[in-house]
Write a protein that binds this ligand. Structure first.
Ligand code: NAD
Length: 483
């Protein structure tokens, strides 16, 4: 691991400088080894960052769009040429398998490329008016955007806000998760700085929830983009409401994978394994509930359990390991408690349910009762709970009964029938003939119900998310009135 990284002991405010709260060790969950030490930001650092960002933003928004597009294009090119800029940190820092890390670096590249295009897109509409005048609605940057991101896909979940916000003329204060400050922030800042981002437009403040809360409360930050747990999202929503901020909350999920009676069970089990086990199930879109027709459940369960038993788990720096560790001890305990409590409640343990250090074996639970924690809660671990249904109506009711509404997969031999079912499903995404985990920079992304509120991410949708809509009219002469 490089010990000479520019961010050693530093935070980023356009230049690399020590943080007011000292330093933060970054530990690899697979080995317990400290892989880097970065600066830790204080609330004073936040105040300074907001002042600097506010000044820098006005000049940035006034530049020709070509300048913003050029920075995004250059950053996309640099990362595309050298994805190791991120993968070498994603693997140790967040315990990402190498496939997941490469996939994530690719997502970040396409996010930057799309942001370059976004900078040049039309940003308003010419409106009809009853008066003889030019009337337009146009998107203008909000000013300073606060971004708070989680540990699991730290690079893309930061960059999907940072890149479009910057491309549209905003400045950004990014507070990554303190467990993943490099891939979640400092390495992204290094990339954008090398691509020519002017000083003061992006600030990366590695810190915990206290600095996150101060960012939410800061009067100089009118827009917050938060990705994380529903519990923290609720607190942020409560704190931001009296401040009347524009707040985007992308939160947890408990996503159903619906296997219809006409599905190919081999293919379904493969999709189900990917949906539940990728990145150790630590994804908001993880397939958290497998709904299977009662008469196919034995076959589906056996095939999924066989896959689970054969997945290599271990230190992800070894490319033979498809899955790595759970992020930390607390999260591991939570996963195991849910598995054990659900077995006590009547679920059958078909595979896994064991761990060593932070490595949790891919786990399959059969006949999971609908009131057991494996069914009702977001597990955030490599666990595939299977529940049976008798009729399609029952399955749709089960899906919609969840408090969450992020992503649903439907596996079937008759995709049009599934398309019709999508009308009845309350979810931010429905994937027909795929599992629940997916994201593309060009597609609208956002959850419903307890999975999120606020704007969506993705391509032109970002205009609504990171801009205010301004109505501008212009007429040739001053309007005359009766008095
Ligand atoms: P978390 O909510 O504990 O932390 C996420 C970030 O928020 C961290 O940077 C943390 O420091 C900060 N934070 C926590 N409390 C805060 C507060 N009160 N004020 C301001 N900042 C605060 O999330 P986690 O458990 O580490 O991450 C996993 C969760 O994130 C899961 O629930 C997962 O489903 C969700 N998630 C959602 C999406 C999505 O797009 N919907 C994507 C990834 C993860």
């Amino acid at each position: 691991m490089s010990t000479s990284a520019v961010w050693n002991g530093k935070i980023f405010d356009g230049t690399w400088r020590p943080g007011g709260a000292g330093t933060l060790d970054v530990t690899a969950p697979a080995t317990g080894e400290v892989v880097s030490t970065v600066g830790a930001a204080s609330v004073d650092d936040l105040d300074r960052a907001v002042d600097k960002a506010t000044t820098a933003q006005a000049a940035w928004a006034a530049l020709p769009y070509t300048e913003r597009a050029a920075v995004m294009s250059k950053a996309a090119a640099l990362l595309s040429e050298e994805p190791e800029r991120l993968t070498r940190w994603l693997v140790p820092e967040s315990g990402s398998g190498q496939g997941k890390a490469s996939f994530e670096a690719g997502l970040v590249t396409s996010e930057l490329a799309e942001a370059a295009g976004l900078a040049s897109q039309p940003y308003g509409q010419v409106l009809r008016s009853r008066k003889p005048r030019l009337s337009i609605g146009r998107h203008v940057p909000v000013g300073v955007v606060g971004v708070i991101s989680p540990f699991n896909f730290p690079a893309i979940l930061s960059m999907r806000s940072v890149a479009p916000a910057l491309a549209l003329g905003n400045a950004v204060i990014l507070k990554p998760d303190p467990r993943t400050p490099i891939a979640g922030g400092l390495a992204l800042a290094a990339l954008l700085a090398e691509a020519g981002l002017p000083d003061g437009l992006l600030h990366v403040l590695p810190a915990g929830a206290d600095v996150g809360a101060a960012l939410v409360a800061h009067p100089g930050v009118p827009c917050i983009s938060f990705t994380g747990s529903t519990a923290a999202g609720r607190k942020i929503g409560e704190a931001a409401a009296p401040l009347l901020k524009k707040v985007h909350l992308e939160l947890g999920g408990n996503n159903a994978l619906l296997v219809l009676p006409d599905a190919d069970i081999d293919a379904a089990a493969s999709a189900g394994a990917w949906g539940s086990f990728l990145h150790q199930g630590q994804i908001c879109m993880t397939s958290g509930r497998h709904l299977v027709p009662a008469d196919l459940a034995a076959e589906y369960t056996a095939k999924l359990a066989e896959k689970a038993r054969n997945i290599p788990v271990g230190d992800p720096t070894d490319p033979d390991n498809a899955l790595g560790p759970i992020i930390d001890e607390n999260q591991l305990k939570k996963v195991d408690e849910i598995v054990q409590a659900s077995v006590l409640a009547g679920a059958s343990l078909e595979a896994g349910g064991t761990y060593q250090a932070l490595f949790y074996r891919p786990t399959v639970l059969g006949n999971v009762p609908k009131d057991s924690p494996a069914f009702t809660q977001e597990i955030f671990g490599p666990v595939a709970p299977i529940t049976t249904y008798e009729t399609i109506d029952e399955a749709i009711d089960i899906i919609n009964a969840s408090e969450y509404g992020l992503s649903v997969g439907i596996l079937t031999g008759n995709p049009y029938r599934a398309f019709e079912l999508a009308d009845r499903i309350r979810s931010g995404a429905v994937h027909i003939n795929d599992q629940t985990v997916d994201d593309e920079a060009v597609a609208p992304f956002g959850g419903t119900k307890a999975s999120g509120t606020g704007g969506h991410f993705g391509s032109s949708v970002n205009l609504d998310t990171f801009c205010d809509l301004q109505w501008v009219t212009m007429q040739a002469d001053i309007e005359r009135y009766p008095f």
